[in-house]
Design a protein around this ligand. Structure first.
Ligand code: GDP
Length: 361
């Protein structure tokens, strides 16, 4: 079902943005440009199965993108391969058209996940490159992946090795936005602690996530404040739901618990609205970073290789990437150990009188 149909049916009400997604509220000069051209945007959603990706996407875009989805049973999971489900909806608001593609990768425990996901991203670059060098350049369809929501489990104590591995494998190809799933399972304190931990680990492992651009100095104060709040909320801790529930006399999208309702669109309950605002107000920037940084990287890599084809298109073979990654991780680990030794040596030298005695033995 087209999103516009859902919107017309008025299934969704929200006091801040009643009845629509809100991308037509882009800053004015962006809005004018997009009215002419229309937007093409691809969002990739990645994370372990069961973390709530489909539910969140349905909540974000108010439509069931995957009504036909079949959840594999245990037997099917044994012979599993990563599938990427790609679904496109067309949305029109105030004359602005958005062709939104959502590509979801569910099963990160499958050994083939890395090849599949990287191949998917590269294939879209490859197609664009091909079209760009062709004759019909005016009508290129842009299916490049502009943003990737990476779902992190709320149950761990931070990032799992797989999370680190995944984000590092794609951070030079796509804008990665980390998202903590099912935030309603965390107390406020646990949420803050997990956020801090994840940011530390992202830093420690040299993972490059998407950085919201600073608001320009001539931007209005509200926009500056919004940017500051959005930046401070990363990684966004979100809640999704496909249900409308009666709460305090109004119908809201939420999750009903014996002790009350968690409202998806209540900023005091979770970061859903912030994530949506981030996506909508920075759609243009996400596209520009994709074009100027990720796509340019891909193009120049490919030129360097003289157009040598890898099995999935252009760019390095996944096995080569694996070796590179292992080497880089080993080097980083060695560097960390060296730093630790240096720190310990320095501490031993500055211990107060007598305290260091005998420590060298
Ligand atoms: P996916 O496999 O990542 O696409 O996950 P689904 O969207 O299919 O959700 C898996 C299960 O988690 C379903 O039972 C959802 O109702 C539930 N779920 C989805 N979002 C949330 C959330 O924000 N909080 C909680 N507690 N459960 C959720």
């Amino acid at each position: 079902m087209l999103l516009s149909h859902v919107l017309q049916q008025g299934q969704f009400t929200n006091p801040e943005t009643p009845g629509y997604v809100g991308f037509a509220n882009l800053p004015n000069q962006v809005h004018r440009k997009s009215v002419k051209k229309g937007f093409e945007f691809t969002l990739m959603v990645v994370g372990e199965s069961g973390l709530g990706k489909s539910t969140l996407i349905n909540s974000l875009f108010l439509t069931d993108l995957y009504p036909e989805r079949v959840i594999p049973g245990a037997a099917e999971k044994i012979e599993r391969t990563v599938q990427i489900e790609a679904s496109t909806v067309e949305i029109e608001e105030r004359g602005v058209k958005l062709r939104l593609t959502v590509a979801t990768a569910h099963d990160l425990f499958c050994p083939k996940w890395k090849c599949t996901i990287i191949a998917y991203i590269d294939d879209q670059f490859e197609r664009y490159l091909h079209d760009e060098s062709g004759l019909n350049r005016r009508h290129i369809v842009d299916n490049r992946v502009h943003c990737c929501f990476y779902f992190i489990s709320p149950l761990g104590h931070g990032l799992k090795p797989l999370d680190v591995q995944f984000m590092k494998a794609i951070h030079n190809k796509v804008n990665v936005v980390p998202v903590i799933a099912k935030a309603d399972t965390l107390t406020l304190r646990e949420r803050e602690r997990l956020k801090r931990r994840i940011l530390d680990e992202i830093d420690e492992h040299g993972i490059k996530i998407y950085h919201l651009p600073d608001a320009e100095s001539d931007e209005d104060e509200d926009f500056k404040e919004q940017t500051r709040i959005l930046k401070a909320s990363i990684p966004f801790a979100v809640v999704g739901s496909n249900q409308q529930i009666e709460a305090k006399g109004k119908k809201v999208r939420g999750r009903l618990y014996p002790w009350g309702v968690v409202e998806v669109e209540n900023p005091e309950h979770n970061d859903f609205l912030k994530l949506r605002t981030m996506l909508i107000t920075h759609m243009q920037d996400l596209q520009e970073v994709t074009q100027d940084l990720h796509y340019e990287n891909f193009r120049s890599e490919r030129l360097k290789r003289g157009g040598r084809l890898s099995s999935h298109g252009y760019g390095p073979e996944p096995e080569e990437m694996d070796k590179d990654m292992i080497l880089q991780e080993k080097e980083a680990e060695l560097r960390r150990m060296q730093e630790m030794i240096t720190k310990m040596q320095a501490q031993m030298q500055i211990k107060p009188d007598g305290a260091g005695d005998g420590q060298h033995m």
